[in-house]
Design a protein around this ligand. Structure first.
Ligand code: FES
Length: 361
């Protein structure tokens, strides 16, 4: 199971008025632990006003850049405790508690490929998309990439200097289209958010994108992800394997306190749950209708990993070794992982009298 490690900030730099770019130094002895794939994220644990807070932020570097730092972008949110800390108080040489990289928002690259990769990003969704597009360009000399990136205004475009530099560096292999939702543009096609209708217009304009053959990376608000991925798969007949997306918050978060009909329908049983963490076994009783397995483990002070508690980040992933569980939400595991018995324990309730889960996966 992954633990937290202390990493030093070696860059804390404003990227826009409401976003900060933070680089963390990876010391030699942690190089293996912090080896990462494009599109992965880091979990942070920090004390803000005396309370422990956890958040995940996507890495914006690409592995092929071979840097000894990992960089994240943190956008200031309204009333955001952690984003406020990062943007207003974080300083150079500060030690932050960070878990090794996690997440599977990526595809594999091969130098012989000739493909088109299309990044569809809104706001801070740029981080994992930039990481993926850069890696595709470094790894596949015959492939091209498009970035459609929407923000409120041009002043809100994150990583703009780096993106513009990449356009030059890759000499025509990276094309970037900025869209603005609260600013006028002389060409209306560049106004508004990324939506299925907007993509229809953009695909008509950028005809060198073979829509059905391209691979898509989508990151932004949940309604954008859902709308665009459905549009690509259902209307444009893009195979699902070519439509990759990453949520940064649970869809319909405001409804998350409500119990789903499926959850209401599970049997009311008492279960003996055993969890394996770092090769140690811990057991506790849990009623199927009560808190999640993760929440009960935390109540018992067990060292279980977590970050979002919303079924988004995958940090609480475990493998079911015995018995069965009901998983309320899943925005992180692939169908294949679920079929192989992996679950998000922040969303799980036991549905058999005996359940055993392994966090050491
Ligand atoms: S803690 Fe993030 S998915 Fe469970």
């Amino acid at each position: 199971m992954n633990s937290f490690y202390k990493l030093k900030t070696v860059k804390v730099q404003k990227d826009t008025n409401d976003a900060v770019n933070v680089a963390l130094e990876i010391p030699e002895e942690l190089k293996d632990k912090f080896r990462f794939k494009q599109g992965q994220y880091l979990n942070f644990k920090l004390l803000v006003n005396g309370n422990e807070e956890r958040r995940s932020y996507s890495i914006c570097n690409a592995p092929s850049e071979k840097s000894n730092t990992l960089e994240v972008l943190v956008k200031l949110l309204e009333n955001g405790k952690v984003s406020g800390y990062f943007n207003e108080h974080l300083h150079m040489d500060e030690l932050l508690e960070v878990m090794p990289p996690m997440g599977g928002f990526n595809t594999s690259y091969h130098p012989s490929n000739t493909k088109t990769y299309v990044g569809l990003a809104a706001g801070s969704g740029i981080s994992p998309i930039l990481s993926n597009l850069k890696e595709s360009l470094y790894q596949e000399p015959n492939s091209n990439a498009y970035l459609f990136y929407s923000n409120r205004s041009m002043n809100h475009v994150m990583k703009k200097a780096e993106i513009d530099k990449l356009v030059e560096q890759f000499n025509g292999r990276l094309k970037v289209v900025y869209l603005v939702s609260r600013e006028k543009h002389e060409d209306p096609i560049f106004e508004g958010r990324i939506s299925p209708e907007k993509l229809d217009h953009l695909f008509e304009r950028y005809t060198d994108i073979d829509v059905k053959e391209a691979t898509y990376f989508i990151c932004g608000p949940s309604d954008m992800i859902k709308g665009i991925s459905d549009y690509l798969k259902k209307e444009k007949k893009v195979p699902a394997i070519q439509v990759l997306f990453e949520y940064f918050s649970a869809p319909d978060e405001e409804d998350s306190a409500e119990m789903s009909d499926e959850f209401k329908a599970i049997a009311n049983i008492e279960s003996m749950v055993t969890v394996i963490i770092d090769d140690d076994e811990y057991s506790f009783h849990l009623n199927s209708k009560k808190e999640s397995i993760l929440d009960k483990a935390l109540k018992d002070n067990l060292p279980v990993p977590f970050a979002c508690k919303g079924g988004v980040c995958c940090t609480c992933k475990a493998e079911v070794l015995e018995g069965e569980v009901f998983m309320e939400k899943n925005f992180a595991l692939t169908e294949d992982e679920v079929a192989r018995g992996f679950v998000l324990t922040c969303q799980c309730h036991p549905t058999t009298n005996v359940v055993m889960l392994n966090y050491d996966v």
